[in-house]
Design a protein around this ligand. Structure first.
Ligand SMILES: [Fe+2]
Length: 219
């Protein structure tokens, strides 16, 4: 269901969605918490990153919120019948504190943070830095999406009821972020390329600090 007005983003028409669950076969995607970023009158921001769960043959958590989300995250997973040990893969899209504040809860998971892929203290060679996707399986892959930070990654899930879903971290702040994303970017030219690729390939994008949005295509 659409939750807001269409906006033009990078030459594509996008529209915010109210739903947080995108069921599919074999993978479903659920937003456990939508991130936000709210300027305060004193010049500070209140911000938290989106937390997303991907369920199917593997259970994948994308971003863990800030340290203050610890109890929320444990409770929300428990409500879904999951404990920290049930999470197979944890992806931190980038190393900002509102996205990777609870990595330590998931000590048995394969950990992918930026371009680092590790199990325990064993770091695996991978192709992310060379621009290659790191496939979890044929439906779920971690893709390099640099710009917001130098080693930012997103997670692509194919085959949901909404089509291809991209859990995008801070590649996108929110559906209508044309006024804000550049201020938060380490490299706007690089991020613009990453954003265009996302807008070309994803049907739904889950941004780091706002509601999921659909990318409308005319064809
Ligand atoms: Fe960030």
């Amino acid at each position: 269901m659409e939750a807001g007005r269409e906006v033009v983003c990078g030459g594509f028409t996008t529209v915010p969605l109210s739903e947080s669950d995108f069921p599919g076969q074999p993978y479903s995607v659920s937003v456990l918490k939508s991130g936000y970023c709210r300027p305060q009158t004193d010049g500070s921001f209140r911000a938290d990153g989106t937390i997303t769960l991907i369920t199917g043959p593997r259970t994948v958590l994308v971003d863990t919120g800030g340290p203050w989300d610890r109890d929320f995250l444990l409770r929300t997973l428990r409500e879904r019948g999951l404990g920290p040990g049930d999470i197979d893969v944890v992806v931190g899209t980038h190393g900002h504190s509102d996205h990777v504040g609870n990595l330590s809860l998931f000590q048995t998971a394969l950990m992918i943070v930026g371009y680092d892929v590790s199990e325990g203290d064993v770091y695996r060679p991978n192709g992310l830095a060379a621009g290659h996707a790191h496939c979890i399986d044929e439906h779920v892959s971690v893709v390099p999406s640099p710009g917001h930070t130098g080693q930012h990654v997103s997670v692509q899930v194919t085959g949901t009821s909404a089509g291809t879903v991209l859990v995008a971290g801070d590649l996108f702040e929110c559906c209508s972020d044309e006024d804000s994303w550049r201020d938060l970017s380490m490299d706007t030219a690089v991020q613009e390329v990453s954003r265009q690729e996302a807008l070309r390939t994803a049907d739904v994008i889950i941004p780091g600090h706002g509601l999921p949005f659909r990318v409308l295509r005319n064809s």
